[in-house]
Design a protein around this ligand. Structure first.
Ligand code: GLV
Ligand code: MN
Ligand code: MN
Length: 424
């Protein structure tokens, strides 16, 4: 296949650069910062641009009630379950230009390349651009694929509020998606378990292993299990000069201890697969001369083993109990999500290994520690992922970078695999 298919590397490189111009972030000197929050003007512009590209190539385009975009190349057997690929184009604040986008524009390029090669697929080949893989706006990641796989109740989804807005002004997903033009019933987003014959996602590794080993392709065999929690710490506010130190119940000091307890317990597993991050911390009232009365923290905790993840949570909860008593604060915990890990389909892993062997590539089988929409697609379809290296393993930063050669190779493997799957 490698000899027959010729990926248009300059076009892919240039389209990745164009997509990166749809950004809310100010330029920086050390990279290309991309902030593209779901349903923001830049996200809507990026969606319109992607649809134009797909239409220009003669693919059918539709979107569903939550804004997932489907770009379809209809096969000679249109009723056979399609082979699908895709990823996301939303980006967290000050992220880079490759996370998700390589899987979307790379997927499009794979389809165009196969079309140009004269292939007439038996199964349809479909590219999906998922809504809100990133949790920035509504506090929970993979909104589109959770709904597609029936993992998230449609009513609960519509009632989700913007996570980073004050409670009295935060809009719901229902309000925001309606304003963006997506008005259908969210229940209609769900797909049946045999809707897709197979699902593949191409993505940058977001870690250092491929680059360190000099291996150009990773084949993901499993995806680690993510969970998210929100902790609200309520203490006693007051005047920063007049409230005496012995009388204080400083919510931020308690939060600081909690953050360190989280780090301590994640490290205490001595397993590289346990990771825990507190990435947001809202301090109320947030004035330099006011003792913090309330703090809201968001914890992102992941593990390949959900039982170990839960035992870290139990250890954290024990520390919270002593913290509460010692500091006289109230700490409440709200679970956002606690997801199971996903396993790739052995058949798809084998098929990707075969494609790599034909192309003279020695891939590395690996775990994905980042989550992806594939985590949820695994609930309704056989899945696997293709990873390519990224410079210094950096992701979610403006200096995130993947070479055109690696990106092109990833697309080549993807295209070959899609072609094989479409004929199954
Ligand atoms: C996805 O962006 C993740 O946080 O793993
Ligand atoms: Mn990401
Ligand atoms: Mn991603």
């Amino acid at each position: 296949m490698a000899q027959q298919i010729q990926i248009d590397q300059p076009r892919l490189t240039s389209e990745l650069a164009t997509l990166a111009t749809f950004t809310d972030a100010e330029p920086v000197s050390n990279g290309t910062p991309v902030t593209r929050i779901v349903f923001s003007p830049d996200d809507l512009r990026a969606r319109a641009w992607l649809k134009e590209l797909a239409t220009a190539d003669g693919f059918e385009v539709r979107d569903d009630a939550v804004g997932n975009i489907f770009i379809r190349w209809t096969g000679t057997d249109p009723d056979a379950p399609a082979v699908a690929t895709g990823s996301h184009t939303d980006a967290i604040p000050h992220a880079g230009m490759y996370d998700g986008t390589v899987g979307v524009l790379g997927g499009l390029e794979a389809m165009r390349t196969l079309k140009r090669s004269g292939l007439q697929p038996r199964r349809s080949i479909e590219l999906v651009m998922f809504t809100s893989e990133e949790p920035t706006r509504f506090g929970i990641g993979c909104l589109g694929s959770r709904l597609m796989s029936g993992t998230l109740d449609p009513k609960q989804a519509d009632a989700l509020h913007e996570a980073n807005e004050p409670a009295d002004t935060a809009k719901t997903l229902a309000q925001v998606r309606t304003a963006a033009g997506f008005t259908g019933d969210l229940a209609s987003v769900k797909l049946s378990p045999n809707h897709y014959h197979a699902w593949l996602e191409l993505h940058i590794e977001q870690g250092p292993l491929l680059e360190r080993e000099g291996t150009p392709i990773g084949i993901v065999t499993s995806i680690a299990a993510p969970a998210g929690y929100r902790f609200t710490i309520s203490g006693l506010g007051g005047h920063a000069g007049a409230l005496l130190m012995p009388d204080r119940k400083d919510a931020l000091c308690a939060a600081a201890e909690l953050i360190l307890a989280i780090e301590k317990h994640a490290l205490a597993t001595h397993v590289i697969d346990t990771v825990a991050t507190v990435g947001t911390c809202d301090v109320h009232p947030g004035a330099v001369n006011s003792v913090p009365s309330r703090v809201v923290l968001q914890l992102d905790i992941r593990d390949t083993d959900p039982t170990r993840r839960e035992s870290v949570m139990q250890a954290i909860r024990r520390d919270i109990e002593t913290l509460r008593q010692r500091r006289g604060v109230i700490i409440t915990e709200q679970i956002i999500n606690a997801d199971a890990p996903a396993q790739s389909s052995p058949h798809l892993v084998e098929l990707l290994e075969e494609v790599c062997a034909t192309d003279g590539i020695s891939p590395r089988k690996m775990v994905s520690r980042a989550y992806h929409d594939s985590l949820f697609m695994a609930r309704i379809a056989p899945i696997a992922m293709i990873f390519i290296p990224c410079r210094n393993g950096v992701s979610h930063r403006p200096d995130e970078y993947a070479t055109p050669a690696h990106t092109t190779l990833g697309v080549q493997v993807l295209a070959s695999a899609l072609a094989k799957l479409a004929s199954e």
